[in-house]
Design a protein around this ligand. Sequence first.
Ligand SMILES: [Zn+2]
Length: 440
Amino acid sequence: MGNYFNEEIETMPLDKLQALQSERLVEQVKHVYDNVAFYRNKMDEAGIKPEDIHGIEDLHKLPFITKDDLRDQYPYGFRAVPQNECVRIQSTSGTTGRRVVSFYTQDDIDIWDTCCARAIVAAGGTKDDVVHVCYGYGLFTGGPGLNGGSHKVGCLTLPMSSGNTDRQIQFMQDLGSTILCCTPSYAAYLAESIHERGAMDQIKLKAGIFGAEAWTEEMRHNIEKSLNIKAYDIYGLTEISGPGVSFECSEQKGMHINEDHFIAEIINPVTGEVLPEGEKGELVFTCITKKAFPLLRYRTRDICVLSRKKCSCGRTHVRMSKPLGRSDDMMVVKGVNVFPSQIETVLLNDGYEANYRLVVDRVGNSDTIAVDVEWLPSNPPKDKDEKRARESKLFGHLKSMLGIAVEVSLVAPKSIPRSEGKAVRIVDNRNLYEESTLAN
Ligand SMILES: [Zn+2]
C-alpha cells in the first residue's frame, strides 16, 4: 500500500471529497467575481451570478479562461488580492507577448509546496532522503516547486538548478542523493554521463520525479534501467501553480490530481461540452483554494483522459493520463513553448511570406530545431554572402522572439513540399505522444 503525505485527504471517499470541492468552489467563485473584473464581466455576459453556483454540479455553467485571456490581461488582470498580500511571482517560459505572470500569497505557496510534498512521498520520499533538484530555479516553477515540497517532507534538499553536469554528478556522489528531480531528457543525459565516467557504483539514487516535458514509456524504461531507479511522472503548469497539480504513485498508471485544490474536467475542445469520465478530450482546471491567481475553468490545451478506477495505492483522487497531444499547435522545444504563429510573425515582419518548414528533432537527448524559409520570387538573394547575411538576420530575430536558437536556411520559392497548396509547416520527428493506458 502507499505512503501518504496526508492520508485523510488523499484517501478521502469520493462523496466527502466532492462535498469539500463544492464548498470550496462556491467560496472561490464569490472571491473571483468580487475581485477579477475581467471574469466578473464574462459571468455577467453569460448571465451567471455567484449565487447560481451551488456546487460542482454547476461548474459547467461558468465561462472558460484561455491562455489568450491571460495574455490580454497581463500582468495584473487576474490578480485577485491586493499586491501587499502577494509574496512571489513565477512566470511561463514563453517570450514577449506570450508570458503569463502568476501571483502567490504565502498560503498559495504552502498549498503548492504541499502538492509537491505529496508527489515526493508518493515516490517513496521520507525525511531520510536527499532530494537533488536540477529543475531550473528562478521564474520557472520546476525548481521552486520541488524545493518547497522537499522541505515540507523534511528531506535534505540540494537546490542544484539546471546545467553543470560535472557538478551535478559530484554532488550526487558526495552527498548521496536518493531522489532526482529534473526533466526526463536531462535525467537521460545525466544517466549517460554517469555511465561514461564509470561512476554508477557511487550513485545512491532510488527514485526520480520527472516532468515539464512529454516523455514516452520507452524513455521511462530506459531511465529506470540505466539509473537503477523507479521513475515517476509529475504534471503541472505555471498558470495553475506549477508542478504537483498531479503526480504518479507506485502504480505508475496515470497521475493523481490533487482534487482538494483543483477540479479537473475533460471537454470537447471544439464545442466546449463536458465529456464523461474515460473519454479523451481537453483538460480544464479550476483552482478552488488559491487566492492570488485563482483561475476558474482554465483550458490547458493538453489532451488527456481521466480515470476514477480504483488505484492499488489507496488514493481516491482521480488519475489523469499523460498528455496525449495538444488541442492547439504549441510545441515544447528545449523546454521552451514554441508557437508557429510566433515564427510567422517574425517572417512577415522581415518581409517574407509564411512559406516555411519547421523541423524539430531529438538527437540523443537534446532537441534540435531548424527552419527552411522560401525567399520571395521577386527578391532572390544576389549571392551566397547576401543569403548568409539574410539568414543570420532572421536567426537573430527568431532568437529574440523564441528565446532559443533556430537554424535558418533560405531556400528557393516553391521548394518546400505543398499540401493542398500550403507549405507543410511543422515536422516534429520526436514522437513524444503515445496512446493512454488509462482509458476505461
Ligand atoms: Zn495510485
